[in-house]
Design a protein around this ligand. Structure first.
Ligand code: HEC
Ligand code: HEC
Ligand code: HEC
Ligand code: HEC
Length: 143
């Protein structure tokens, strides 16, 4: 076999492998593992009031689904937390004295348009996206 024929054989093998992987339907074990993953999920201490609605309902409040497969939609955060303008108003520095840190909810780069979960995670520690470039502190941000 020439080197090209050998490469062709490898490519065909890889392709059929990937087709096979796609046809691999979820089994009962997969479904069980997925349920286990969902039941291990916890929400933030500050969102415990949501848990009072019952576990499935609490997932639905943010995800719109009892068995979420995608991250929560921002529009659901806004249902409870108010408009982007109201959220920006909450964290507007009260005075310009003493070099206050800039408003994370209304920045010179992105305005009010950064998706909530870029900074506020729900099932893992939150992070300040701005700090991939800056060194802001935001001591009042809940972890
Ligand atoms: C069903 C209503 C509801 C939804 C949906 C919701 N929250 Fe909340 N959130 C609350 C309540 C109630 C509190 C606790 C009271 C408070 O501090 O305002 C809270 C607290 C918070 C806090 C802490 C506030 C503080 O005092 O520091 C953050 C941050 C937050 N939510 C972000 C989010 C984000 C991001 C989403 C969407 C992924 C979201 N919330 C979805 C009701 C909701
Ligand atoms: C760029 C990062 C970032 C994004 C995006 C972001 N936040 Fe925040 N958020 C913060 C930081 C930092 C604080 C703490 C700031 C402070 O208190 O001075 C905060 C505080 C809050 C608080 C508590 C405010 C207070 O003073 O009681 C709420 C509620 C909140 N965010 C909700 C949201 C929601 C809802 C979204 C999406 C619309 C969002 N945030 C998007 C970084 C972010
Ligand atoms: C307060 C809003 C909120 C609540 C309540 C909530 N989630 Fe989430 N969820 C999020 C956000 C935001 C993300 C994006 C990743 C992160 O922040 O950890 C997410 C991500 C997920 C993911 C990962 C999706 C992916 O990207 O593959 C799963 C699974 C999930 N949530 C399950 C649940 C389950 C189960 C519940 C109910 C017990 C629940 N969530 C309750 C906000 C919420
Ligand atoms: C990808 C890197 C990057 C990210 C992410 C980023 N910035 Fe910046 N930021 C910069 C650079 C670079 C400058 C300097 C630009 C100039 O002076 O023209 C700057 C300047 C600024 C300034 C004006 C100068 C100063 O330091 O006072 C503010 C305020 C600011 N950024 C706030 C934010 C906030 C708030 C966020 C998050 C919502 C953020 N930035 C996210 C790179 C970034």
């Amino acid at each position: 076999m020439s080197i090209y024929q050998r490469i062709a054989v490898i490519l065909v093998a890889l392709f059929s492998l990937s087709v096979w992987a796609q046809n691999d339907k979820p089994t009962a074990d997969d479904a069980k593992a997925f349920q286990q993953k969902l039941s291990d999920i916890t929400i933030k201490p500050y969102h415990q009031p949501l848990a009072a609605t019952g576990r499935d309902a609490s997932c639905q409040l943010c995800h719109g689904a009892k068995t979420p497969t995608t991250p929560a939609n921002d529009s659901n955060c806004l249902t409870c937390h108010g408009s982007l303008d109201q959220i920006a108003a909450m964290t507007e520095p009260k005075s310009k004295e003493g070099h206050p840190e800039p408003n994370p909810h209304n920045s010179i780069h992105y305005g009010k348009d950064v998706p909530c979960s870029t900074c506020h995670s729900e099932h893992k520690p939150s992070q300040v996206y701005c700090n991939s470039c800056h060194l802001f502190k935001y001591p009042n941000m809940k972890p």
